[in-house]
Write a protein that binds this ligand. Structure first.
Ligand SMILES: NC(=O)c1ccc[n+]([C@@H]2O[C@H](COP(=O)([O-])OP(=O)(O)OC[C@H]3O[C@@H](n4cnc5c(N)ncnc54)[C@H](OP(=O)(O)O)[C@@H]3O)[C@@H](O)[C@H]2O)c1
Length: 248
């Protein structure tokens, strides 16, 4: 299968934004971006302000599920310059009170609302708010999940998570169509990180075949390379951590 990793990389990013800075993958993305691009400036957004990785990293406390935080975001970011890379690494699958549903009999308003709020509504409204501070040809990568692909659903279950990621994928495609009408084109893609050892996957790691559980460092390094090689024709598509496109 062809991979975007077989291509040469595009322009180096100068100013990047990571949303979900305290997550397993989000934190690793920040470390990798600063390592990979020695002159990159980074702004790192999370609900609880993150610790800076180095003096090129500016952490800010922002809850992308809070309307007021989202509304004030462009104003808070406008003095940093135009962001040419934006990675949204937030997402929710379970917590102490809710586990992914094995059957439709477990579906609840609360779990569906939380899944759609964190996995679909918050990232897409964050992108809407960020538009004025993104450069004309900015690349936006949103962490999705292969289980959100209707065409790949053989096992069922995980109803709210799957459906919220499917809806996210639809909105990524819609954003891409609209953004493609501009003379200079921003690129937006969905990213499947692969099963990665983070709090989100912790309860399910025992089901992962030996050697297939990725470290956040590996996942982040792969995703940064994928983003580096995207071209406008990729916009609206879904790519995995090997740079291979997969169906929604
Ligand atoms: N790990 C995997 O195996 C795997 C596989 C497929 C897809 N993914 C996707 O990859 C992305 C990153 O996941 P991860 O593995 O790094 O998970 P994680 O370590 O649990 O991090 C979750 C992130 O989501 C944010 N978040 C969680 N609950 C939230 C809430 N109530 N309100 C607002 N933000 C909330 C956190 O934001 P703060 O930084 O603000 O705390 C954190 O950055 C997610 O979109 C996930 O669906 C992961």
């Amino acid at each position: 299968m062809s991979s975007v990793l077989d291509r040469g990389e595009g322009d180096l990013p100068q100013l990047a934004l990571v949303v979900g800075a305290n997550g397993g993958i989000g934190h690793a993305l920040r470390v990798r971006l600063l390592e990979r691009y020695p002159s990159l400036q980074l702004v790192s957004i999370s609900r609880e302000q993150a610790l800076p990785i180095n003096d090129r990293d500016t952490p800010l406390a922002v809850d992308i599920c809070a309307d007021d935080d989202i509304k004030s975001l462009p104003e808070r970011l406008k003095d940093y310059g135009a962001f040419d890379l934006c990675l949204i690494a937030t997402g929710w699958l379970h917590d102490e009170s809710m586990q992914p549903e094995k059957s439709f009999k477990q579906l609840s308003v609360e779990q569906m609302q939380r899944s759609f709020m964190i996995n679909t509504i918050a990232p897409t409204l964050a992108i809407k708010a960020l538009m004025p501070v993104l450069s004309k040809q900015a690349k936006i990568g949103v962490l999705s999940a292969r289980v959100g692909s209707v065409s790949d659903n053989r096992l069922g279950g995980w109803h709210s998570y799957r459906a919220s990621k499917s809806a996210l994928n639809m909105l990524i495609k819609n954003y891409a169509i609209e953004l493609s009408r501009a003379p200079k084109k921003k690129i937006i893609v969905g990213l499947q990180p692969g099963t990665t050892a983070t709090p989100l996957s912790a309860p399910f790691q025992k089901n992962v075949a030996e050697g297939h559980l990725q470290t956040p460092q590996y996942t982040a390094a792969q995703l940064v390379e994928v983003m580096a090689r995207l071209i406008p024709e990729d916009s609206g598509k879904l790519f995995d951590f090997l740079g291979e496109e997969f169906a929604p």
